[in-house]
Design a protein around this ligand. Structure first.
Ligand SMILES: C[S@@+](CC[C@H](N)C(=O)[O-])C[C@H]1O[C@@H](n2cnc3c(N)ncnc32)[C@H](O)[C@@H]1O
Length: 198
């Protein structure tokens, strides 16, 4: 049993942390890329706490993709909200299915980042957005969190904001990083449909 299977009750509670202001801010970042009736993927979206709020606030159709059955089971499907069991590395979606993908506090948990980014670029339409909220690995607290996560078997693949921007740009998702409060930052990139030759 993996870390998220046994910690699911705590992760579900953590997924309800988003305030109205947080949700409006995130909707504002995604809004320019998501037309009315648009489609957003919450990748590694857990029990759907943010997806539910975003579906109402944008408004948009939001799909949660997560590999943890104990989390995804809590997403209550509706006209605007869908839940799919699966992983970032092999997404069960058509090409160009989404206007945007959001990843909050999950990117550093993905086992194969290259495959995950390649899949993000595939399932988001050209000109669509990739919004990643992450934690700066240069911050002392994040170094300690990384040690703890590795002890429980997680990859803890944290980046600095500059490092994540460079990593994504090399994979045809050019964007910008903005520091938020504390160690948090956001990467907002735009999908272009060309992956550098292997
Ligand atoms: C710390 S939780 C964050 C959940 C939610 N995004 C939030 O901000 O509250 C990390 C999430 O990443 C998911 N996850 C782990 N590995 C994943 C993978 N390979 N592909 C997609 N999601 C993954 C976990 O199941 C978990 O729901």
């Amino acid at each position: 049993m993996g870390f998220f299977n046994w910690s699911a009750p705590a992760i579900k509670r953590y997924g309800e942390r988003w305030t109205v202001e947080d949700t409006q801010q995130i909707a504002g970042w995604l809004g320019p890329f998501v037309p009315g009736d648009g489609h957003v993927l919450d990748l590694g979206g857990g029990a759907g706490g943010l997806a539910r709020r975003l579906a109402e606030t944008l408004p948009a159709h939001v799909t949660v993709l997560d590999p943890t059955p104990e989390l995804i089971a809590h997403v209550e499907p509706s006209d605007q909200l869908a839940a799919v069991l699966g992983s970032a590395e092999a997404m069960p979606f058509e090409d160009d299915a989404f206007d945007a993908v959001i990843v909050t506090d999950a990117f550093h948990h993905f086992r194969d980042l290259d495959a995950s980014v390649r899949e993000m670029a595939r399932v988001v339409r050209p000109g669509g957005a990739v919004l990643i909220l992450e934690l700066d690995k240069a911050h002392i607290m994040i170094r300690l969190i990384a040690i703890a996560e590795r002890i429980v078997g997680e990859p803890a693949a944290f980046f600095t904001p500059k490092g994540l921007c460079a990593y994504m740009a090399e994979r045809a998702i050019k964007g910008e990083c903005e520091r938020l409060v504390g160690a948090s930052y956001r990467f907002t990139g735009v999908v272009q449909k060309s992956w550098p030759a292997a």
